[in-house]
Design a protein around this ligand. Structure first.
Ligand code: NAD
Length: 342
């Protein structure tokens, strides 16, 4: 194709790969901090060859259909999760969907551990205690029973979803001398289990045995509310639930009750059913919860690498090659990779 393909990018991305994307393609970048309104996304989809989207963009079947009717051929998601995109609809319409797996694994595993430690050792409460002057007003520097938390050494870490991120979390557990158990729909190869010292169990056993339960499954119809009242009641009363996957994997209402009524000890959450979390949400009122604003992959290095992955996916597609991070492999049966002519 002689003209440069038109791309609508729903937010400015960091790093040199994004600068190259702007040179290689005829790109329009949504300039605001917030996502473009749905109507804008729909209008752009009708005009461009490619969309670069974030998890906050609702790429439903209407957007895809109307785009595909014109020249939209690829949606390059700037994330590993793609539950905001109707992938099945995209496949039907011959629209390629790509994501950015792998490059963010270590950053999300780091944040998971930051949350595990923050919840286990009550770091956020402790910080508030110092800043508010309560420590000072207490009149003593040290007390044997001040801010007692949970020791990690020797405890059981239960990982739900033993993919890239789940395994990277398990790898870090060795340094903390924790025992690792995991549950996944697909059992990991024996050498992976051996290398990571991880034991495969069913979900119920995991919930009953783990001191820390950490969630790393994608959001799908099967995993929506996978952790609800029944599952929370199976957990130890001393256990901590950590979620850096997707908010809707956990039933929030049940979680709030679990935390209020002491079915579990604490939670640490990077993701929520409703994002951004409203400041008056019941979760914000609970002392035994650590909250983060969906920053799992938020390191400069990772966010720049994610932009490189988006670029590589778009360049491969432009050159008639299968993009390296193709999500809907069946789409190749509908249409070969490559943009339409002028
Ligand atoms: P992955 O595909 O490598 O791993 C997911 C694992 O979940 C796989 O092993 C899969 O078999 C398993 N799984 C899928 N459905 C399941 C089910 N019903 N029951 C049990 N196991 C199931 O993905 P990843 O790169 O490890 O990422 C995992 C998820 O983390 C992403 O889908 C995304 O939603 C989330 N994520 C969040 C952030 C953040 O900012 N907090 C950043 C990156 C990724």
């Amino acid at each position: 194709m002689s003209r440069r393909p038109r791309v609508f990018v729903t937010r400015r991305l960091p790093g040199p790969c994004f600068e190259r994307l702007l040179r290689e393609f005829d790109a329009e970048v949504w300039p605001e901090w917030r996502e473009p309104p749905y109507e804008v996304l729909l209008e752009k989809a009708r005009q461009v060859d490619a969309l670069v989207t974030l998890l906050t963009d609702r790429v439903d079947c209407r957007v895809i259909e109307e785009g595909a009717r014109n020249r939209l051929r690829i949606i390059a998601q700037y994330a590993v999760g793609f539950d905001n995109i109707d992938v099945e609809c995209a496949t039907r319409h011959g629209v390629y969907v790509t994501n950015t797996p792998g490059v963010l694994t270590e950053a999300v595993a780091d944040l998971t551990w930051a949350l595990i430690l923050a919840a286990a050792r009550r770091i956020v409460e402790a910080d508030r205690y110092v800043r508010s002057g309560e420590w000072y007003r207490g009149g003593t520097a040290w007390h044997p029973e001040l801010m007692l938390g949970m020791e990690l050494s020797g405890k059981v870490l239960g990982i739900i979803g033993f993919g890239r991120i789940g395994r990277a979390v398990a790898r870090r557990a060795r340094g903390f001398n924790m025992k690792v158990i995991y549950y996944d729909i697909v059992r990991a190869p024996e050498e992976v289990e051996r290398e990571l010292g991880a034991r495969y169990v069913d979900l119920e056993t995991l919930l009953r045995e783990a001191d820390i339960v950490s969630i790393h499954v994608p959001l799908t119809p099967e995993t929506r509310h996978m952790i609800g009242e029944r599952e929370l009641r199976m957990m130890k009363r001393t256990a901590i639930l950590v979620n850096t996957a997707r908010g809707a994997v956990v039933d929030t209402e049940a979680l709030v009750r679990a935390l209020k009524e002491g079915w579990i000890a604490a939670a640490a959450l990077d993701v929520f059913e409703e994002e951004p979390l409203p400041p008056d949400h019941p979760l914000t009122k609970l002392p035994n919860v650590v909250l983060a604003p969906h920053i799992g992959s938020a390191t400069r290095e990772t966010r720049e690498r994610m932009a490189c992955a988006v670029l590589e996916n778009l360049l491969a597609f432009r050159d008639g090659r299968e993009p390296p991070n193709l999500v809907n492999r069946d789409v190749v049966k509908v249409r070969p990779p490559g943009f339409e002519g002028p």
